[in-house]
Design a protein around this ligand. Structure first.
Ligand SMILES: Nc1ncnc2c1ncn2[C@@H]1O[C@H](COP(=O)(O)OP(=O)(O)OP(=O)(O)O)[C@@H](O)[C@H]1O
Length: 252
């Protein structure tokens, strides 16, 4: 992956409203290539909404999200191919009769990622993630973790520049699967890619991320290097749900 192919992501006063309630408001942030970011916050803080906006699954209601010089939006198909979002719907199958292999072949075509060797890569990932026994399984015949691993195969083989992972640590992965995912996250960033994951737990940010964004009730209340969060007044005066996140950051 050429580093020039990885756009900087900029939130410019970005907001999203659902049925009259703002899920996100006035978000301003810059996310650089070659980095891993953690999006932290309590339930309902706006983490999934932020990732869905970045993926182009939802339009912003105000402000915008720039990927390099272009604006991300649901109709920007060429831009959406630079991004892949794995969430709790990953592994859901489009057609009752399709197999994981059929779905991955379709995903490769959707991303215009056909190239020599990609089928072997997919086969290797099936072996490494111990998915061979379910490679022809039907919908409903796989465990939650297996379905998520199938989505991981698509992510690793297609490897678009920007990886978005919504709560990957709650996706039902076993210890080996988690280790592989964490290694791939770091390797993707070392190749110049960007990874943004959401989590409820600050320790994931400390262990894996170069930067953290903390959301509370749809607002970006803190961003910076996880280990460098100062123990300031924000922590003491914040709402308990936010305190629990902020206290988990800072020097160990
Ligand atoms: N499609 C939707 N329609 C209406 N409200 C929505 C929709 N999606 C999200 N919301 C609301 O937006 C707010 C933020 O939701 P979001 O899913 O982004 O939070 P989250 O931080 O990911 O939460 P969790 O940790 O529980 O997954 C919540 O109040 C939620 O109820």
């Amino acid at each position: 992956m050429e580093s020039s192919a990885v756009p900087t992501i900029q939130f410019q006063d970005t907001g999203r409203i659902f049925a009259g309630a703002w899920a996100l408001r006035h978000v301003n942030a810059t996310l650089l290539p070659g980095s891993v970011y953690a999006v932290l916050g309590a339930n309902g803080a706006g983490k999934s909404t932020l990732l869905r906006l970045m993926a182009g699954w939802l339009p912003a209601s105000e402000g915008r999200i720039c990927l390099g010089p272009s604006f991300m939006r649901p109709t920007a198909i060429h831009l959406r191919r630079k991004v892949m979002l794995l969430d709790d719907t990953s592994g859901d199958r489009k057609a009752e009769l399709s197999s994981p292999v059929d779905d991955l072949c379709q995903l490769v075509r959707d991303y215009h990622a056909e190239r020599a060797g990609i089928e072997d890569e997919i086969a290797n990932w099936f072996e490494r993630l111990r998915l061979v026994p379910v490679s022809r399984s039907k919908r409903g015949e796989m465990s939650k973790g297996q379905a998520y691993k199938i989505a991981m195969v698509g992510l690793f083989a297609i490897a678009p520049p920007i990886w978005l992972l919504d709560e990957p640590f709650s996706a039902g992965l076993d210890a080996e699967g988690l280790q592989i995912l964490e290694n791939q996250i770091r390797e993707h960033a070392e190749r110049g890619g960007t990874v943004i994951f959401s989590s409820q737990w600050p320790e994931h940010a400390r262990r894996l991320a170069d930067g953290a964004l903390v959301l509370h009730e749809g607002k970006l209340v803190w961003s910076g290097v996880p280990d460098e969060k100062p123990n300031d007044e924000l922590t003491d005066s914040a709402a308990p749900a936010l305190q629990a996140v902020l206290q988990g950051l800072g020097p160990s």
